[in-house]
Design a protein around this ligand. Structure first.
Ligand SMILES: Cc1ncc(COP(=O)(O)O)c(C=O)c1O
Length: 404
């Protein structure tokens, strides 16, 4: 690695107040990422770079708020008041230019849970649900578990950049008549931040062919310089009418274990249908700690996020340079957003199974096998770079040693 790159990363990071370099031992905390290798049939001792949470402590104001709530000591049923909505709405307006109304908000204990409820509320058994593979695997799981038919519009990889096959997208809408499209925006795992034109084209095709849109925007705060996330519901009032916008503080502030998601649904019929399905499932309130953490993160976590984004950009620069200088024939797909990087291992000339064995047994890494993300994912791997730089360097070194 040239000294120039290390120096320039260090220079940008001079002003950081939060110490993202600190390595915090997460083992023995019942962490899904660190503590469940054996249960998942993997050897112990792998360096975990898989599931989408971060190895960083949440922002200090959130920790302070949680301690305050814990000190009070009573964790009875809790609901949110207007200031909760205000905190979320201000964030959406300030960071994403998206104007909401209090009556659009539907809280849920997770985006995946809300997505499953939306599938049940808005489609019938056997009906089609459209996805764009390779994509976050619960999109497929929730569709099939609920006995809906999976309709796949596979993304196309063209010169290292993923694009939408719009002809196929429309053909699938016409031929398979899916009633719900699960949009992943920004897209996990291929890292695309969809452009206005792409979003509008997808939206207008859905409108024309009578297909609702569940827009999973959980990664919306992770966008690299030069790109801008656009909230699907902010593009056009007609599209907002067919859409459910799913957001959450969990990815942004590393609060996944506190289970808090916020959906915005402008169309009252869609909102009622989803609310009814959620009631049917027996769910009513979020947890006390999730509500408190989510609200304080949106109110006081912005400085932390700004600093985190600088740090993640440094991690991306380092990773890109590693791939260029040391990891051929592996190739990195340049991400526009998310902290999950997608890379192509097909140049190794190994089968997907052999690639996995190499990653696990030779590199000693725990990544996400591309095949899990559906058609188009075979021969790829996903690596989570939201970790201290030393951990990332260790992972990249392991990868290099394994392919040599
Ligand atoms: C696209 C996407 N949606 C949803 C989730 C999970 O959301 P939740 O924990 O709120 O169910 C993830 C986590 O990795 C994700 O990548």
């Amino acid at each position: 690695m040239g000294p120039g790159l290390t120096e320039s990363i260090a220079k940008w990071e001079n002003d950081l107040r939060y110490n993202f370099d600190e390595i915090i031992d997460r083992r023995g905390t019942n962490s899904l990422k660190f503590d469940f290798a054996r249960e998942r049939g993997l050897p112990e001792g792998l360096l975990p770079m898989w599931v989408a949470d971060m190895d960083f402590r949440a922002p200090q104001p959130v920790l302070d708020r949680l301690v305050e709530v814990a000190r009070h000591g009573i964790f009875g049923y809790t609901e949110a008041k207007d200031d909760y909505y205000q905190a979320v709405a201000d964030w959406l307006r300030r960071r994403h230019g998206y104007e909401t109304k209090p009556q659009w908000l539907k809280k849920a204990p997770g985006v995946v849970y809300a997505l499953a409820m939306a599938i049940r509320a808005l489609t019938k058994p056997g009906e089609g649900v459209l996805i764009q593979s390779p994509v976050y695997y619960p999109f497929t799981g929730c569709t099939l578990e609920n006995e809906r038919t999976l309709v796949v519009n596979q993304l196309i990889l063209k010169d290292g950049h993923y694009e939408i096959d719009f002809e196929d997208f429309e053909r699938k809408l016409v031929e398979k008549q899916p009633r719900l499209f699960l949009l992943c925006s920004p897209h996990n795992p291929v890292g695309r931040v969809w452009t206005r034109e792409e979003l509008l084209t997808m939206g207008q095709l859905c409108l024309k062919h009578n297909c609702l849109v569940f827009s999973d925007e959980i990664h919306f705060d992770f966008v690299f310089p030069g790109y801008q996330h656009l909230v699907f519901g902010s593009l056009d009032p007609a599209l907002a009418d067919i859409a459910l916008i799913a957001t959450a503080p969990s990815k942004t502030f590393n609060l996944a274990g506190l289970q808090n998601a916020n959906l915005f649904i402008k169309n009252p019929d869609l909102k009622n249908a989803l609310s009814q399905e959620i009631r049917r499932s027996g769910f009513s309130q979020l947890g006390t700690l999730g509500l408190a953490a989510g609200q304080s993160a949106y109110e006081a976590g912005e400085e932390w996020l700004e600093q985190l984004l600088v740090y993640l950009k440094g991690n991306l620069d380092l990773t890109r340079e590693y791939f260029r200088a040391k990891l051929a024939p592996l190739t990195l797909i340049e991400p526009e957003g998310t902290y999950l990087l997608w890379f192509d291992c097909r140049g190794l000339g190994l089968s997907p199974r052999e690639i996995n064995q190499l990653i696990i047994n030779k590199a000693g890494l725990w990544l996400d096998d591309g095949a899990m993300f559906g058609p188009g994912g075979e021969g790829f791997q996903r690596i989570n770079i939201a970790c201290p730089r030393k951990t990332l360097e260790e992972a990249l070194d392991r990868l290099e040693r394994a392919i040599r």
